[in-house]
Design a protein around this ligand. Structure first.
Ligand SMILES: Cc1cc2nc3c(=O)[nH]c(=O)nc-3n(C[C@H](O)[C@H](O)[C@H](O)COP(=O)(O)OP(=O)(O)OC[C@H]3O[C@@H](n4cnc5c(N)ncnc54)[C@H](O)[C@@H]3O)c2cc1C
Length: 261
């Protein structure tokens, strides 16, 4: 069984800064981590590897420094890693990102693709399902439990109002949520091998034979026009043990104090 896990390197913060000129993420000066949902996805793949002997490939698209999350993935137990990197991929929106990742995945012909539900910087939760669409394979999002069942995968999907039990025939894609598991730590031996001995396979635009109009900024119909942190709301006022009349009176007084009435 071949499993590809998409891992994105993200800034270790929710307050991402955006370059006003290009609308893309400013990474300088912000420590980077493996996207948390992706780590859960990787752990799920490693558990399947422990159970059935799967070969796990970690895949990332990003600048050369994204190598760090791939080495971390190998130190956790991934067998190999692949970095998709090229200046031409810069400024990609979700469509261009998923087009590029899908092209790389096609070269690997996996039985199962796992992505995180969403990246903590872009936060769109679009890339996983889009990859499935490009590859023409079934997809289940928000996986909180997965189980191999012959040539199919049983997935428990967590939604706000309900839990869905879904059965997907392989090859398929699932998007993982943090509740899927508790990811393992890197082992000392794994760290040594991942940083000293293992090579990362690098794929560029030329390797993937992608059209210039389908990748990077040119292949991105979406632009983030502006991004800014949410303004903090002042703490509310709670009044307890009032009768209905007293509550109405308190609301009227509060509205008058703010010159709304
Ligand atoms: C604040 C902000 C807002 C943005 N809003 C939009 C928007 O509304 N529309 C839009 O098209 N683009 C948007 N972008 C651009 C977007 O971040 C990139 O297209 C990004 O590469 C993919 O989107 P995402 O981070 O939202 O991924 P998500 O769809 O949230 O990621 C889901 C999963 O896909 C996998 N994945 C995603 N990117 C990679 C990667 N580079 N390498 C490996 N695996 C990956 C990971 O497993 C991840 O957990 C935004 C960027 C920022 C910083």
């Amino acid at each position: 069984m071949k499993i590809v896990v998409c891992v994105k390197q993200v800034p270790d913060t929710h307050e991402v800064r955006i370059d006003p000129a290009t609308g893309t993420l400013i990474r300088e000066g912000v420590p980077s981590i493996m996207n948390p949902d992706d780590k859960a996805g990787l752990e799920a793949a490693l558990r399947l590897k422990d159970e059935v002997g799967a070969r796990v490939t970690a895949l990332s698209m990003g600048p050369p420094q994204a190598e760090a999350v791939l080495r971390e993935a190998m130190a956790m137990g991934a067998d190999e890693a692949c970095l998709v990197t090229d200046r031409a991929f810069g400024g990609a929106d979700t469509l261009a990102t998923s087009t590029t990742l899908a092209a790389a995945i096609r070269t690997m012909a996996p039985d199962l693709v796992i992505t995180g539900r969403q990246a903590i910087d872009g936060d769109t939760a679009q890339v996983g399902p889009q990859i499935a669409e490009h590859l023409g394979i079934p997809n289940a999002s928000y996986a909180e439990h997965i189980e191999l069942d012959g040539d199919a995968l049983n997935v428990r999907q967590q939604f706000d109002e309900a839990t869905h039990l879904t059965r997907l025939s392989l090859p398929c894609l699932v998007t993982a949520i943090g509740e899927l598991n508790q990811p393992r730590y890197m082992t000392p031996g794994g760290v040594f091998e991942a940083w000293r001995e293992k090579q990362i396979r690098v794929l560029t635009r030329a390797d993937l034979a992608l059209d210039e109009g389908d990748i990077g900024l040119k292949g991105s119909p979406t632009r983030v026009k502006k991004s800014f942190p949410k303004a903090l709301k002042p703490a509310g006022v709670t009044r307890r043990h009032l009768t209905a009349d007293e509550a109405a009176q308190a609301i009227v007084e509060a509205l008058k104090a703010q010159r709304v009435l």
